[in-house]
Design a protein around this ligand. Structure first.
Ligand SMILES: O=C(O)CCC(=O)C(=O)O
Ligand SMILES: [Fe+2]
Length: 354
C-alpha cells in the first residue's frame, strides 16, 4: 500500500531494484604512507608511487573509493554524528528556527528535490568559510558579491564548535587527496590548491528517516556531485548506491567502519578534460532504520573560471567544456530553488562542447 505523498514517488525506471547488488572490490586506499611522519616519502618513493597508482586507477575505473588510516580523528566524527542525531531528533518547530531561505541559504531544510522528485530526507548545511563570498545574483553581468552566513541552532549546544572542528579535518584530508589525484594525473601535487583559496566548500548533514515505501522513493535521486571531490562519511546503515561505469548497474556500497568514501566530482572531470569522470550515485531507503550521512564538498573560490587545464588540451585534444564561473554556477543551484527555476536548473554538462 502506498502511504507516502505522491511528490516522493520516483518514475518506474528510477526505482530501486528488488534485488540489491552489493559492490565488490571497491578500492580501499590506505593513506598511512603519507601520514606516518616516520616514513619519509623521498626515501621510499616506491611506496608513494604505489599509492598514487592505486588512486589513479580507482579514479579511472570506479570514480570513487574508500580511504582508511586517513588521519581524521574518530572522536571528531563521533561528535558530529551524535550532535547531528540530536539536532534532527528535535521537534520540527525547533529545527525550523534555522530553516534556510533565499537570504540565509545555509541551515535546515526538509524539502530537497532531485530531478523534480522530492528526496526522502532532511538536511542541515553549513559552509567551511564563515562567511563565504558568493555572487549577489545569478545574472552573469552582475559583478556584485555578497556573503553567505551560517545559521547555528541554540540546541543542541556545542553544534557549532563540533561542526567547525570536523570541517577543518575534512579540509585537510580533501586537500591531501587532491594532491594525490594531481600527481596521479601527472601534475605537480599543488596544481589544484590555488583554486581553494577563498573556497566555497560546505558540509551537509543528510538525515534519512525510515520510509514506509522504500520500493518507490529514494533518499536522494540519482545525481553527480558538482564540486571537485566529496569526502563522505556515513553511519552504519547502508543506503549509498553508485552506478557502475561498465554496465550502468546500481551497486550498494556498504559502509566500512571509520573509513570515508571519496567521490570524484564534476570539477575534476572538467579540469582533467574527462581523464577522470564523476560518478553517479543515489540513496536507497529502508522501512526500519534512519540513516545519517555527512559529505564535505570541496569547492573552489567563487571567482574561479572552471575549464579544462592546459596540461590536458592541445590541437588533437581540444577542450571538452566551455569555461564557466563557479560562483554563478553555485548561486544558480542554491538560489534557483527559491526562484522557482527548479533545483536542477543547471548542470555541468550544460558546458560540454558537443
Ligand atoms: O547519503 C549518502 O550516502 C550520499 C549523499 C549524497 O550523495 C549527497 O549529499 O550529495
Ligand atoms: Fe552526492
Amino acid at each position: 500500500m502506498v502511504e507516502i505523498d505522491p511528490d516522493f514517488i520516483q518514475a518506474p525506471d528510477n526505482r530501486p531494484k528488488p534485488n540489491v547488488i552489493e559492490a565488490e572490490n571497491v578500492p580501499v586506499i590506505d593513506l598511512s604512507p603519507i601520514l606516518d611522519s616516520s616514513s619519509n616519502i623521498e626515501k621510499d618513493p616506491l611506496v608513494f608511487d604505489e599509492l598514487v597508482r592505486k588512486i589513479g586507477s580507482a579514479c579511472k575505473e570506479w570514480g570513487f573509493f574508500h580511504v582508511i588510516n586517513h588521519g581524521a580523528p574518530l572522536e571528531s566524527r563521533q561528535k558530529i554524528e551524535s550532535v547531528g542525531k540530536k539536532f534532527f531528533g528535535q521537534k520540527m518547530e525547533e529545527k525550523k528556527k534555522v530553516r534556510r531561505d533565499i537570504v540565509k541559504v545555509m541551515g535546515y531544510y526538509e524539502s530537497e528535490v532531485t530531478k523534480s522528485v522530492r528526496d526522502w530526507k532532511e538536511v542541515f548545511d553549513f559552509t567551511f568559510e564563515e562567511p563565504t563570498l558568493i555572487p549577489a545574483s545569478i545574472d552573469p553581468h552582475d559583478k556584485e558579491v555578497t556573503h553567505w552566513y551560517n545559521q547555528w541552532p541554540e540546541f543542541p549546544p556545542g553544534m557549532r564548535e563540533a561542526f567547525q572542528e570536523y570541517a577543518q579535518h575534512m579540509k585537510k584530508l580533501s586537500i591531501k587527496i587532491m594532491e594525490l589525484i594531481a600527481v596521479s594525473l601527472g601534475l605537480p601535487a599543488e596544481r589544484f590548491n590555488e583554486f581553494f583559496k577563498d573556497e566555497t566548500s560546505w558540509i551537509r548533514l543528510n538525515h534519512y528517516p525510515p520510509c514506509p515505501n522504500p520500493d518507490i522513493a529514494l533518499g536522494i535521486g540519482s545525481h553527480k556531485d558538482t564540486g571537485a571531490l566529496t569526502v563522505l562519511a556515513q553511519d552504519e546503515v547502508s543506503g549509498l548506491e553508485v552506478r557502475r561505469k561498465s554496465d550502468g548497474e546500481w551497486l550498494l556500497v556498504k559502509p566500512l567502519p571509520n573509513a570515508y568514501i571519496i567521490n570524484v566530482g564534476d570539477l575534476i572531470q572538467v579540469w582533467s578534460n574527462d581523464a577522470y569522470e564523476s560518478i553517479e550515485h543515489r540513496v536507497v531507503l529502508n522501512t526500519e532504520k534512519a540513516r545519517l550521512s555527512y559529505p564535505f564538498f570541496l569547492t573552489p573560490a567563487h571567482y574561479t573560471m572552471v575549464e579544462p587545464l592546459k596540461e590536458f588540451t592541445n590541437d588533437e585534444n581540444p577542450p571538452k567544456y566551455k569555461p564557466y564561473n563557479w560562483g554563478k554556477f553555485l548561486a544558480t543551484r542554491k538560489l534557483g530553488n527559491f526562484m522557482k527555476l527548479g533545483v536542477d536548473n543547471i548542470h555541468t554538462q550544460h558546458f560540454m562542447i558537443t
